[in-house]
Ligand binder design. Sequence first.
Ligand SMILES: Nc1ncnc2c1ncn2[C@@H]1O[C@H](COP(=O)(O)OP(=O)(O)OP(=O)(O)O)[C@@H](O)[C@H]1O
Ligand SMILES: [Mg+2]
Length: 272
Amino acid sequence: MMDLDRVNAYMARVEESETKTFKPVSSKLKVGLDLGTAYIVLVVLDEEDNPIACEKQAAQVLRDGVVVDYTGARQIVKDLKEKLEERLGTELVNCAIAMPAGTESSVKTHQYVAEGVGFEVTNILDEPSAANSIYQIENGVVVDIGGGTTGLAILKDGKVVQIEDEPTGGTHLTLVLAGNYHVSFQEAEAIKQDYARHKEILPVVKAVIEKMASIVNRYIDKSQTDAIYLCGGTCCLTGIETIFEKETGIKTIKPANPFLVTPAGIAMNCKL
Ligand SMILES: Nc1ncnc2c1ncn2[C@@H]1O[C@H](COP(=O)(O)OP(=O)(O)OP(=O)(O)O)[C@@H](O)[C@H]1O
Ligand SMILES: [Mg+2]
């Protein structure tokens, strides 16, 4: 079972590091670059994995986990890196990157974005496995629902035995909301991210979430799966875990803030 208190405390600290810069135990810093379809995030940890600083920006430079706007991606990463270096008063060098399962052919593009801004890529991993560096579960499935993709990692005895990725995510929920409320994508996105409206919108997007849960159903062996552990921005949606639990029949757990789990997990795997 996941130690939810530990994860919540750690993720609260990562969230805090968006606005507050913490003092590292040494000058050696780890960086995780998460190039997402909805957000680009850079997380900085010290060599003992304490959260130090974090910057993110909404961006549409990837589709289905693949970089479609190299110049745009590079510019955003450059800006975020500079912001962090300004905050820390030091240059950031080493960095880890990750990609969704099944997009290994785009490893090079991800790497070029990082190298294009002066990073040295010291580790490359898959996204749901990165998330499990935070969760540290031994048995079960980690499901990362982002903006454009749903990734999952199945764990047995602490080892990742299978990773999968499907092109569905929060963008689909936003489109459904835009259609139902007759508003623009941007307005629907704002409604979706407003916690005060989650109760109202949940029934509207329920069918899409059931479809996401059915993806998980397709890949897991129910008799062997103890629990589903959610992460990714889309899992901020209040009540998503209940729909997953009903659809799969498996206990579903999510931390207080599932948003920065994958980028923080990527940073943890940065080799120094
Ligand atoms: N408070 C919230 N409530 C509901 N959804 C949210 C909330 N905050 C963010 N999201 C959604 O989370 C998604 C982004 O999540 P995340 O940053 O994990 O995606 P990503 O890593 O960029 O995408 P991907 O992993 O698919 O490449 C967006 O669709 C956004 O609308
Ligand atoms: Mg993601």
